[in-house]
Ligand binder design. Structure first.
Ligand code: PDD
Length: 286
């Protein structure tokens, strides 16, 4: 069992995998990425991740050097070769390597990178007891719906969260409305209704977000996709966050204020269970 890379058509160890110092991903953050969860050796919700990757690539005019089917077989191959059953699969495609100039080069081949690493999910204690979060000003650009490599605001926000002993940083805009977390989408529960920010250029449309909304509606829980405020966040009965590496995590304290009863709430817990069940079914887990 070992971490593996696939760079421009070649499988190798992570140590041997190399890209150019003139790669535009390195110079400008001129590229896109995605993170896919692997359970029991099988990628979870892969179709949805690939769809988003192809959409982002199209918007940014970055050609993907493989078809969806080819990508699928390369991903299957890297997981198989690694021997890792519980993993995160990182996909990155940049505009390619070229002498530095901002405008798109005329003739350049995209750089295609895949990395598979073992990953076993969020700490059990956090899942059981709930996590802390902080809020942080949303200083990101105007196209947060694209999964681009430009993550400096997310990096700064999460660093602050870690310094404060928290798991996540939740972004708020100047007028106080909540967008999402640095690596997750944010949900609140009030009087039995689940609320989350609507799809827009202000948030990444998370694959886990979509899955959880679907699961909740199937359970007969009302879900509203609407803008909500910092005030509503602090006063929610329950808060939870969702993401590929996070699954669904209850948030029980934000900026030092206790949320609801200070422990994972009923709706969050039942949605967490249902999400894990969905992973089990799709990935054939026992
Ligand atoms: N985080 N919002 C942001 C800003 C994200 O970076 C992510 C993903 C999400 C959740 O999206 P999804 O459910 O498709 O993973 C929302 C990546 C996976 C990370 O963990 O780094």
């Amino acid at each position: 069992m070992r971490s593996l890379a696939f760079v421009n058509g070649k499988f190798s160890s992570l140590e041997e995998a190399k890209v150019s110092v003139e790669d535009r991903g390195f110079l400008f953050g001129d590229g896109i990425y995605d993170v896919i969860r692997v359970r029991n050796g099988r990628p979870y919700k892969l179709e949805k991740h690939l769809k988003r990757t192809f959409q982002c690539a199209k918007e940014l005019e970055i050609p993907i050097p493989y078809s969806k089917d080819e990508l699928l077989s390369i991903m299957t191959e890297i997981i198989r070769k690694s021997g890792i059953r519980e993993a995160k699969l990182y996909l990155q495609i940049t505009r390619g390597a070229y002498p530095r100039a901002h405008e798109f080069p005329q003739e350049v081949k995209p750089t295609f990178v895949l990395i598979v690493r073992e990953y076993n999910g969020v700490d059990e204690v956090l899942i059981r007891e709930g996590a802390k979060a902080i809020t942080y000003p949303d200083i990101r650009w105007g196209r947060c719906d694209l999964k681009s490599l430009n993550l400096l605001p997310n990096v700064l926000a999460r660093q602050k969260a870690v310094q404060m002993g928290a798991y996540e940083a939740i972004f708020h805009k100047g007028d106080g409305h909540i967008t999402e977390g640095a690596i997750t989408n944010v949900f609140i529960v009030k009087k039995g209704t689940v609320l989350t920010a609507p799809e827009s250029r202000e948030i990444l449309s998370g694959v886990t977000r979509e899955t959880v909304i679907k699961i909740a509606r199937e359970k007969g829980i009302e879900v509203r996709e609407r803008v909500f405020s910092l005030e509503e966040l602090y006063n929610a009965d329950e808060v939870f966050i969702t993401g590929t590496t996070t699954d669904l995590l209850s948030v029980v304290e934000i900026d030092g204020k206790v949320i609801g009863k200070g422990k994972p709430g009923e709706i969050s817990s039942s949605l967490y269970k249902a999400l894990k069940e969905d992973q089990k079914n799709e990935c054939n887990l026992q």
